[in-house]
Design a binder for this molecule. Structure first.
Ligand code: NAD
Length: 338
């Protein structure tokens, strides 16, 4: 049995990565579209063979409560809009899958969790790396002790943001919509990876930021931000995030017996893993898999079997809290206890 998903926001990620992958799902299917542009929505509805009655605008979205074909609402809007649509979806009686970052403030995250709790609906944040086979394999090896005692983690996420060339980047440099710059958008992958690779929560954060203010892209949001996380066991994570690097999305875990590289760590496809020590290194064979279908199926299975998602609202809230601490540390130049 497949549960019906309504997609809110028909932008680049929704149309290029998510919608095409429903065909690979066992428990999830596309059931409705919610968009601010009726033409785009009608065209996509025709392409995916959805009835016209399953197309909603942002204004009449709340009437989705009367559509029994929709079980789950998947929010793929600019970051600052996640809270409003999560709350409206829960109030319409639907379960919610919401893109990262969960929201642009701790307060919004808390309101989203409360709204879903009150409506007795599931809330999951779409951290696709938690469903990606190379990352899952890395976590398993680390927990089994294959690298020995973990000492340090590094992760770098950057790409040149192009707001004048790419529509999907236009809102990313507007603070009101994005909440912040590279850290909110892609540094969050490094932050989240440091947490799931170490298996711990940080206790102390330091950070430094530099953005060229003569570059109009960085008038409102940050470009480069480096941060360190200290974990209770003593693991130190050192992360960089940028909107001006040539594209990079990698991570390395340093154990006292061996190191493990994921490069890329958080791509849409073609992940690679290397494990090495003083005797050399090897690339273990891991099947690529479909992280998007696995994520959609997990959300559907949590609803079907009344289970808590692996990456619930509380997980999204943690990262938003740490992001705020990173900004504070960068601003004050002082270590922030978390
Ligand atoms: P996008 O700009 O392509 O899509 C956003 C959609 O929201 C567009 O269809 C746009 O028309 C609509 N929209 C509604 N109100 C808007 C407003 N006021 N301003 C701008 N757009 C508005 O962006 P995207 O890259 O698809 O990102 C959307 C969300 O998905 C973001 O939260 C982003 O962080 C997340 N995302 C996640 C991943 C991932 O791998 N998990 C990848 C890319 C994006």
């Amino acid at each position: 049995d497949k549960l019906g998903f309504a997609i809110v926001g028909l932008g680049k990620f929704a149309t290029e990565q998510i919608m095409p992958n429903f065909k690979a799902c066992k428990h999830a299917r596309l059931a409705a579209l919610v968009s601010g542009s009726p033409d785009k929505a009608q065209k996509l509805a025709a392409q995916y063979e959805l009835p016209e009655t399953s197309v909603y605008s942002y204004d009449n979205f709340d009437s989705i409560k009367d559509n029994p074909d929709v079980d789950i609402v998947y929010i793929i809007l600019p970051n600052s809009m996640h809270a409003e649509f999560t709350i409206r979806a829960a109030q319409a009686g639907k379960h919610v899958l919401c893109e990262k970052p969960m929201a642009t403030s701790v307060e919004d995250c808390e309101k989203m969790i409360a709204a879903c709790q009150q409506a007795d609906r599931k809330l999951m944040i779409a951290y696709r790396a938690h469903f990606e086979p190379f990352n899952l394999d890395a976590m398993a090896r680390i927990r089994k002790g294959e690298l020995g005692k973990i000492k340090a983690i590094t992760s770098d996420h950057g790409r040149p943001v192009k707001p004048t060339e790419d529509q999907a980047d236009a809102w990313r440099v507007v603070k009101k919509l994005a909440g912040g710059g590279s850290l909110m958008d892609i540094g969050i992958y490094a932050l989240n990876a440091a947490r799931y690779l170490s298996g711990e929560e940080p206790v102390e954060i330091t950070a430094q930021e530099f953005s060229d203010k003569s570059d109009p892209r960085f008038a409102e949001v940050e470009d480069n931000i480096h941060f360190t996380l200290r974990f209770p066991s003593g693991v130190l994570a050192s992360c960089t995030s940028s909107y001006s690097y040539s594209e990079v999305k990698r991570g390395r875990v340093f154990g006292d017996k061996a190191w493990l590289d994921l490069d890329p760590l958080s791509d849409y496809k073609k992940h690679t893993m290397k494990i090495g020590d003083d005797e050399g290194n090897q690339e273990p064979e891991i099947e690529e898999g479909n992280q998007f279908a696995a994520e959609l199926d997990h959300m559907a299975e949590c609803v079907l079997h009344n289970k808590t998602p692996k990456t619930p609202g509380e997980e999204g809230l943690k990262d938003v809290r740490y992001i705020m601490a990173i900004y504070e540390a960068a601003k004050t130049g002082k270590a922030v206890k978390v």
